[in-house]
Design a protein around this ligand. Structure first.
Ligand code: UT7
Length: 335
């Protein structure tokens, strides 16, 4: 659904992020799986990834707390000014309270409402779109959106086709309502199609394991992915979502300074970049260092780019994501 910008505008006040200290390199995976550094790099572009120390209590909630704390500190935001905290995730350790509640409490955001949002790898961009809409209406003045996933906690490390792809990360952005309506999200799209949900799912009950996997079930609580199917969907959808954003917004692709996309697989990102004829400098990539961290991927990119001075006031940036559901989302911002 699209609405032209109305009412107030939205400004990105600042960003933060958190990744675990512990690394899991391709060489580490070679020791426990029938795989190779060469295969992983060729098929995914990943060299290493970060993983939480689960035994020491590391996980999604801790990453979410740390990334929000980092965004609050980086922006010198008074946490009491936050009115809403949204956390996108598929790996929360607890359904109640939400990870957003825990993160809000962690930073002392005592005046904030808080909820989690589940749209898999598209979750953070869904969150951005929702937050922008609420801020434009003027009902909210300051909202934090977090994306946080500890994918290593839902992986079966004897399953080489899935476990090599993912890592753990969290990022957060603080958004503020401003008078100028030309600032903020100038075009957004969100979509979902569950007709092929079986190609990416995280079951907690046997009854939900689809027929196609009944003879080869995965342990409950672990992610199951038909990589080839998701790959086909992602390549097609990624391009379609970008083309839709450009066409519907009327913004020339050359006027978009940065594409900030879900770090799904380097081949997927490169395929879209090449088809669109974009220079490498305009498509941020960190999957080689951190792997695919689901909802944490885009806000981590955003924070790294922000800290490195790669996004500037006056520029346009396009966020694009797709993932389990299957879901997809875009968000075109005037900074
Ligand atoms: O962020 C959420 C959305 N997820 C995605 O966007 C993921 C999209 N999919 C992918 O990134 C890719 O499908 C994978 C990286 C997961 C897999 O790469 P692929 O090129 O699609 O490999 P494949 O599953 O088609 O397997 C090709 C071959 C198979 O061997 P045969 O049948 O050709 O002999 C696999 O058994 O590679 C084998 N293989 C591996 N070999 C070494 C599968 N995984 C591995 C591995 N190491 N880790």
């Amino acid at each position: 659904m699209t609405q032209p910008p109305a009412g107030r505008g939205v400004r990105i006040v600042g960003t933060g992020s958190s990744v675990p200290d512990q690394t899991l390199s391709n060489a580490d995976l070679e020791k426990i799986l029938d795989t190779s550094d060469e295969w992983i790099q060729q098929r995914t572009g990943i060299k290493t990834r970060r993983v939480v120390d689960k035994a020491a209590g590391g996980g999604t909630i801790g990453l979410a707390c740390n990334s929000l704390a980092s965004a609050v500190a980086n922006t010198q935001t008074d946490p009491k000014d936050l009115e809403l905290v949204i956390c996108a995730s598929v790996t929360q350790e607890m359904h109640c309270p939400s990870a957003a509640c825990r993160a809000a409490h962690h930073v002392g955001a005592t005046n904030a409402a808080a909820f989690d949002l589940g749209a898999a790898c598209s979750g953070f961009v869904y969150g951005l779109n929702i937050a922008d809409t609420l801020l434009r209406q003027g009902r909210y003045k300051k909202i934090a959106v977090i994306g946080s996933d500890a994918m290593s906690t839902v992986l079966d490390y004897s399953e080489r086709s899935v476990s090599i792809l993912f890592g753990d990360a969290s990022g957060a952005v603080i958004l503020e309502s401003v008078e100028d309506p030309s600032l903020g999200c100038i075009y957004q799209s969100m979509g979902a199609d569950a007709s092929n949900w079986q190609c990416l799912y995280l079951p907690t009950r046997q009854v939900d394991v689809p027929e196609v996997d009944k003879d080869n079930p995965i342990a409950l609580g672990n992610l199951r992915m038909n990589g080839r199917e998701v790959f086909k969907f992602a390549v097609k959808k990624f391009l379609a979502v970008i083309e839709d954003a450009v066409e519907q917004s009327g913004v020339n692709i050359d006027d978009i300074s940065q594409l900030i996309c879900h770090q799904s697989n380097l081949r997927i990102i490169e395929s879209a970049r090449e088809k669109l004829g974009l220079e490498k400098e305009r498509v941020y990539v960190n999957i080689d260092r951190v792997g695919n961290s689901s909802a944490g991927s885009i806000p981590l990119c955003l924070d790294e780019m922000n800290q490195a001075g790669k996004i500037k006031k006056g520029e346009k940036v396009l966020f694009v994501a797709f993932g389990g559901g299957l879901t997809w989302a875009s968000s075109l911002w005037q900074l």
